[in-house]
Design a protein around this ligand. Structure first.
Ligand SMILES: [Zn+2]
Ligand SMILES: [Zn+2]
Length: 408
């Protein structure tokens, strides 16, 4: 255990808070979609430089971007492996409806998932830990990972490919990873996690159903792809019910049904279905995807139509299950005694999964719901805004885990 008293840690956080709130709101006002987080990336590097924390930028270049927005920073420490802390920086293609003073100035783009809060929290942790490192050695080296493209672009996978977990010139490899997410349904002050799967494996699909179009008055001369696609929507619902162990879990949701744009009396020749498949177990995920392709093809065949199904969709990577290791959750519990470990896994996806597949990791959530309120707008809602009162809580959690410092 590190010999720094909790009061000193809280004091340092309090001193940083006003600026962190300003940073969080600045990031909120200037959001960037996946791999376009140039504003956030620049602000991260500016703040790290001000705090004299060494860093490397330009990581995790996106498929269409000129320069990577990912940033990795580090502080030295006594142990042989570093503790990794991660923040995601990207925003969503949503038109903001918060009406707040720091609302997005980028039309149609907003921080509706609170990644502005995550980024500010990790900046705060770097600043506080850098101050603690002055004149003393941190118990563990710390790696700060600011990644792009959590929302579908698998920025974490590109950060890992660019070496964010590996030995760096003045920092050892990352031994454990920790990441957090603001949680609107939990009250402010609560921190929750669980051992094992915490977020789902996800895959997006697109199915093109091809038949033969023609006049709606003569269906017997056509092969109607709308009727075939309708049968598919119904049939795939049986996969979770009939092909998956009832004790396990999975979900298949069709979210888009696109067909026909001609006259009202024309049967089109194709229909397109899009949606998502999710599971909390890799084996179940494989069953769902395999059966989905089979059921889609056989269902359409009954109506004389053919199908093409793909899980490879531009900008929407498949994510594995995020699995919290008992060891990493134990380390978290040791420094956060009030941590609840009874969080139910969610069917949402998180690209933190890529880190958890490489090193023992723990992903946890921090409550955002203000005291005295029953609810607040949820993640990805146009009225969602990260609760600034949670910034200090997140910074303290990250600092404690980096310091291996027990709570009080
Ligand atoms: Zn999100
Ligand atoms: Zn998110």
């Amino acid at each position: 255990m590190h010999q720094i008293d909790p009061a000193r840690l809280r004091q340092l956080i309090q001193e940083e808070l006003p600026e962190l709130i300003e940073i969080r709101r600045d990031l909120h006002q200037n959001p960037g979609l996946s791999y376009q987080e140039t504003y956030a990336s620049a602000r991260v590097r500016e703040e790290l430089a001000k705090a004299s924390v060494p860093f490397l930028g330009g990581l995790a270049k996106g498929p269409k971007s000129d320069v990577g927005t990912g940033v990795v920073a580090w502080l030295p420490g006594a142990a042989a492996a570093a503790v990794g802390l991660r923040a995601d920086m990207d925003a969503l293609p949503i038109r903001e409806e918060t009406g707040c003073a720091h609302a997005s100035v980028v039309p149609g783009v907003m921080h509706a998932c609170g990644h502005d809060g995550h980024t500010a929290i990790l900046i705060g942790a770097a600043k506080v830990l850098a101050r603690m490192a002055q004149g003393s050695t941190l118990p563990q080296p710390v790696r700060f990972i600011f990644q792009p493209a959590e929302e579908g672009g698998a920025g974490a996978a590109r950060m890992i490919a660019d070496g964010c977990l590996d030995v760096m010139p003045s920092s050892p490899r990352v031994g454990h990873m920790f990441g957090l997410h603001g949680w609107p349904s939990a009250p402010l002050g609560e921190i929750l996690t669980c051992v094992g799967p915490i977020t789902a494996a996800t895959a997006c699909f697109e199915v093109t159903v091809t038949g033969r179009g023609g006049h709606a008055a003569f269906p017997h001369f056509n092969q109607d792809p709308i009727v075939a696609a309708s049968a598919i929507v119904g049939a795939v619902q049986s996969i979770v019910a009939r092909n998956v162990d009832p004790i396990a879990s999975g979900v298949i949701s069709v979210t888009q049904f696109l067909a026909g744009d001609g006259a009202h009396n024309v049967i089109p020749s194709t229909a397109t279905l899009r949606g998502t498949i999710r599971a909390l177990d890799t084996g179940v995920m494989e069953v769902l995807k395999r059966r989905f392709t089979e059921v889609v093809s056989l269902s359409a065949g009954a109506y004389g139509c053919t199908t093409e199904a793909t899980y490879e969709i531009e900008g929407l990577a498949e994510y594995p299950v995020t699995i919290n290791s008992p060891e990493a959750v134990g380390a978290l519990k040791a420094v956060l005694p009030k941590l609840h470990t009874s969080l139910q896994p969610v069917m949402g996806g998180e690209d933190f999964a890529f880190y958890s597949a490489r090193v023992p990791s723990a992903f946890f959530v921090i409550g955002l719901r203000p005291p005295g309120r029953d609810s607040m707008p949820g993640l990805h809602h146009p009225q969602f805004d990260f609760n600034d009162d949670a910034l200090g809580i997140g910074v303290e959690a990250f600092c404690r885990v980096a310091l291996g410092m027990a709570g009080d």
